[in-house]
Design a protein around this ligand. Sequence first.
Ligand code: ADP
Ligand code: MG
Length: 478
Amino acid sequence: MQWEVVIGLEIHAQLATRSKIFSGASTAYGAEPNTQACAVDLGLPGVLPVLNAEAVNMAIKFGLATGCTVAPRSVFARKNYFYPDLPKGYQISQYELPVVHDGEVILELEDGGTKRVGLTRAHLEEDAGKSLHEGFEGVTGIDLNRAGTPLLEIVSEPDMRSAKEAVAYMRKVHSLVRYLGICDGNMQEGSFRCDANVSIRPKGSDKLGTRTELKNLNSFRFVERAINYEVERQIDVIESGGEVVQETRLYDSVKHETRSMRTKEEANDYRYFPDPDLLPVEITEADIERVRAELPELPDAKRLRFMEQYQLSAYDASLLTSAREVADYYESVVTASGGEGKLAANWVNGELTAALNRDGRDIGESPVTPESLGALVARIVDDTISGKIAKDVFEAMWNGEGEPDAVIEARGLKQVTDTGALEAMVDEVIAANPKQVEQYKAGKDKLLGFFVGQCMKASGGKANPAQLNELIRKKLAD
Ligand code: ADP
Ligand code: MG
């Protein structure tokens, strides 16, 4: 039997507001446990939640960037359940009327095609606290700092057909929320996390199979692995005559397996009802237009602009626009180089990215500024140095030896373009290789490369290859 994989993701993006969604308590990460949860976050008697307007603006931003409809009126509801990290006994979320709904995300596939993933909805809710297991013996610690932190839960349609597509979708949303500045995207700290709903069905069927929901996926790699593991497991279950049970499963990244956590609750288990302490959220056309005016250039638009403005391939442009910091860095390099879009792209996607990866740094921590890299590119273009020598200069810049001109000067790397000096070099090489000269003159044109290579070697890589080419050709034509 041929199986088709069906995946829908629920992404939780922590909104980058300074204070919580219904209180003034700080959302800063890493404080001493239980120092940042106030009476409102704990739901103590007599308190009233007040909605953080900035969280609503951020949700509208996301909605506009994904072609969603922004609801003129949405409603907060209480989702009731008991858990130690939720002392209130309910989470404030949105249920029937989410703040934005019915949008889409377009993925670029490796084969150059595109794929549309529908967004069912994105709703606002508060986060719960955290259970702490490490460092406790026989008990569990509870840290309520995270309680009340604003989340945007982004729910996709079950449109993805492989673990790879799910990861591509997740990366796209990750890039988008960071462009929009509504989430820092830090997955280690849990600011961006996802639950994956996975089912399989016979190929060609249009009925959905029974799904399981995988929790605890806090890296792109784990999402891919957990889904692949789960697909294999479901195929095994069905092919050995069993049935997939709708349940929540936990991914164990150490053992690389998913384990049953609990059978899936139905919505009516949560006894959702509108929160009587909060008014419906009213969003006017004017509100929407105000937010629209604040939107930055989005990744898709930027990618197309880069292709057009700098004559880049789709591949180069998508690498450069995957994160806003990279795109900004690149454009500063172009400016500093005097408008060398293509060469600047090669350097940012090539040497710079390799060096960053090698040292495990973010682009914001690059020891080479975009202005310096642009200056280096300019020195290649004006023939001060060759592209090959430029790699040595780059290494030196990376290691703190200073600006490109200073490195070129200090190391004597300036390209030899003086015709007299080059001519002497060529004469020497011709004299030293009579056999090759004979073969060349007999028609073996390919040997030109050999002579250029010998001269380059003799010059320590500093000779200008274009000039050499011409000189050698002329000399051997005599
Ligand atoms: P819940 O709120 O109980 O988690 P939803 O109906 O809101 O359930 O769906 C959650 C996610 O599960 C959505 O992303 C949806 O696309 C996905 N989903 C629903 N049914 C299936 C299925 N049969 N296989 C895979 N994903 C599914
Ligand atoms: Mg769910």
